[in-house]
Design a protein around this ligand. Structure first.
Ligand SMILES: [Zn+2]
Ligand SMILES: [Zn+2]
Length: 242
């Protein structure tokens, strides 16, 4: 598995026509593999990754990967990768995914989806103050960046952002610096990042590697993140490297 990402300040228009965060009706998405591929082509994308939700005991991954490859072979104009989205189980980078799936994936997204209670279970989000949730999400993300085999920190701050709006920018900055140190990409996610201006500004300052992901669960959302980047005129946030 060798996937590479481009640092934010080096991104050009040709580099942003992809979507590395796509779900299908294999898990909680609405549409089929083929529908998502067609939508990607219609939206001008030349590369996509199916990143289905997996767990340690997922037993359908091989079949799914096969059908992605089979379907993709009918559409030679687009490069199609198969990967997985997995969640953090603790602050030490342990993930809810098997080694087999990691080995067979082109790309692994690491996410915070649940808040581990430290005893093998999960806490209710409503039991946490906004500040506490931000802190916990930050720490789970640090663990994945430092100690796990993920390629991309997916929807950073997403659990906080979907409930309370923009994730604290200081946390974003630290996660960007850590992803750089650990040679991982941070996801520019059009679904969860609520303070896109500040996020992009920090990308320009820190220059992390970026993965573009819309977290599309239906055809109409494929390529959303590429659209967002163009709308925000990402080039205006890029800093000259000397
Ligand atoms: Zn997710
Ligand atoms: Zn997702």
């Amino acid at each position: 598995m060798s996937i590479s990402f481009i640092n934010f300040n080096e991104l050009k228009d040709n580099d942003i026509t992809y979507d590395f965060h796509i779900h299908t009706n294999q898990t909680d998405g609405q549409d089929s593999i083929e529908t998502m591929i067609k939508a990607s082509i219609e939206n001008g994308l030349n590369k996509i990754a199916f990143t289905e939700h997996v767990r340690i005991d997922t037993d359908w991954f091989d079949r799914f990967a096969e059908s992605v490859k089979e379907t993709a072979s009918k559409y030679p104009g687009i490069e199609v990768l198969v990967g997985a989205e997995t969640k953090a189980l603790d602050n030490y980078g342990n993930l809810d995914i098997s080694e087999t799936i990691i080995d067979k994936s082109d790309i692994i997204l690491g996410s915070v989806h649940r808040i581990p209670d430290g005893r093998g279970g999960f806490l209710d989000f409503s039991a946490l103050s906004p500040q506490k949730l931000a802190e916990i999400e930050f720490e789970l993300s640090i663990g994945m960046l430092r100690n796990s085999p993920i390629n991309v920190l997916a929807h950073p701050g997403g659990m906080y952002s979907s409930r309370y709006g923009g994730f604290p920018i200081e946390y974003f900055k630290e996660l960007m610096m850590l992803s750089k140190e650990n040679n991982k990409a941070i996801e520019l996610n059009s679904r969860y990042i609520k303070n896109a201006y500040d996020f992009l500004y920090s990308c320009g300052e820190i220059n992390p590697k970026i993965s573009i992901g819309s977290d599309a669960h239906k055809a109409e959302n494929v390529g959303n993140c590429t659209k967002l980047l163009s709308q925000f005129q990402y080039v205006d946030f890029q800093k000259e490297r000397i």
